[in-house]
Design a protein around this ligand. Structure first.
Ligand code: URA
Length: 433
């Protein structure tokens, strides 16, 4: 077999056999197939589609590209949560310690920023010293001691996704359900979990822009998990504006810490409570939804979830003092408001553009080898439905590169739609499947 034959087959609309997909994924993971040929195959697949059988084989091959963990040393049910990607979504940092306090073990494998969306690993690595590249032994040990462990794909676990994730990001082949399913489910199934909560984002800051496509993606993801014997619940949640108040790496970590300190107001906290409660329900440690919500709320208001987060930061080499002293997190040197040039109601926000603004100001990578300016971030003053006057701040920007300010100011203003009529409120949690 030659890679170009499989590229040609997909280019011409053919369906690859499971043997051909296996050969491609194994060859790419072993560095025998170069990026340029894999990129061509990804684009051919993106444009011509993958059948259900091809998607299922892709998931299985990517899953078995590395080890599939078992945690026989841990008696608690193993449950995780994964989001399909959004802007301002730092829920993992709150719900993993909160759920762990309530008696589930959370062996979480996350990703980096993808396209305009932020990545949990980048937010964690904003904490000085925090290591997301634990060895298998370290991962197991941290999970046992803390009830949660937070890492990325490694050469041992989900190595195919480790490479393909970065390649898709650079080749505009991210927003395609079969690839999203293979990426997410190969990581999650490798974690050795019993149950999974999926947060499928829908809206202009998500990869699925409308509810129908989000619902289809949720059905595909949940179907793959259930066929593999896992308990899965999928939520469809709104991503037509940044989640919470902060967008950027260190600032989102700060917002997660504030939430763990008991600041439970607003959409971000609402989603954290719901997702973490669903983790308790999926695991079977709780059967009643309102009791599950109360247990999660209590894990936060009692300070236990914060202490668990402190513990895992320390266990993974990070500086736990960031919890008490947020100044230890990187912060942009310059802070400036970007003001509205109109009065009215905020009726829409181009959420993907907000994500790109943070990225282009240094808060994300253009290429894999780029370093991130963790201190870049935006505080979102104006959310959808807010009434604002000309001169009111839309956002406060924290950054280091002043040369980009004027261009970014224009981009932020263009990303906001302000209209005379008050818009209808957007429900945050649209469906639970
Ligand atoms: N999250 C992932 O892990 N992979 C994707 O492709 C999208 C979101």
């Amino acid at each position: 077999m030659r890679p170009q034959d499989l590229i040609e087959k997909k280019r011409d609309g053919g369906e690859l056999t499971s043997g051909e997909i296996a050969w491609l994924i194994r060859g790419y993971t072993a560095d025998e197939i170069p990026d340029y040929q894999m990129a061509a195959w990804l684009m051919a697949g993106f444009l011509n589609g993958l059948s259900d059988a091809e998607t299922q084989t892709l998931v299985e091959e990517m899953l078995h590209s590395g080890v599939v963990l078992e945690h026989n040393h841990i008696s608690e049910p193993k449950v995780d949560k994964h989001s399909t990607g959004g802007v301002g979504d730092k829920t993992s940092l709150v719900i993993a310690p909160a759920a762990a306090v309530c008696g589930v073990a959370v062996p979480m494998i996350s990703g980096r920023a993808l396209a305009h969306t932020g990545g949990t690993l980048d937010k964690l690595e904003a904490i000085p010293g925090f290591r997301t590249n634990l060895s298998l032994e370290e991962f197991r040990d941290v999970l046992k001691r803390c009830g949660l462990a937070l890492i990325g794909q490694t050469k041992e676990i989900a190595p195919a996704d480790r490479k393909l994730y970065a390649l898709r990001d650079l080749t505009a082949t991210v927003p395609f359900p079969p690839f999203i399913c293979a990426s997410i489910m190969s990581k999650k199934l490798a974690e050795g979990i019993d149950g999974l909560v999926l947060d499928v984002k829908s809206g202009n800051g998500a990869f699925m822009k409308d509810a129908d496509n989000a619902r289809r993606l949720a059905g595909m993801l949940a179907g793959i998990g259930r066929r593999m014997g896992k308990q899965v619940v999928a939520l469809i949640t709104d991503m037509n504006q940044p989640l919470g108040r902060w967008v950027g790496n260190a600032v989102e970590t700060f917002e997660a810490i504030e939430t763990l300190k008991g600041n439970l107001k607003g959409d971000f906290a609402e989603l954290c409570l719901e997702l973490a409660a669903q983790m308790l329900l999926v695991s079977g440690v709780e059967t009643d939804h309102s009791v599950a919500i109360e247990r999660i709320r209590n894990s936060i208001t009692s300070g236990q979830a914060l202490e668990r987060f402190r513990m895992v930061i320390e266990a993974q080499g990070g500086n736990p003092r960031v919890i008490d002293d947020p100044k230890l997190l990187p912060q942009g040197r310059i802070m400036k408001n970007i003001l509205s040039d109109r009065s009215g109601y905020v009726s829409a926000i181009e959420t993907d553009e907000i994500g790109r603004i943070v990225m282009d100001w240094g808060g994300g990578r253009r290429r894999l080898e780029d370093t991130i300016d963790y201190g870049v971030g935006l505080y979102i003053h104006a959310k959808i439905g807010d009434r604002i006057l000309m001169g009111d701040p839309l956002v406060t920007a924290y950054y280091n590169d002043e040369s980009k300010f004027d261009a970014m100011k224009d981009r932020v203003r263009c990303a906001y739609s302000v209209s005379p009529a008050e818009p209808l409120p957007l429900p945050l949690i649209k469906e639970i499947l």
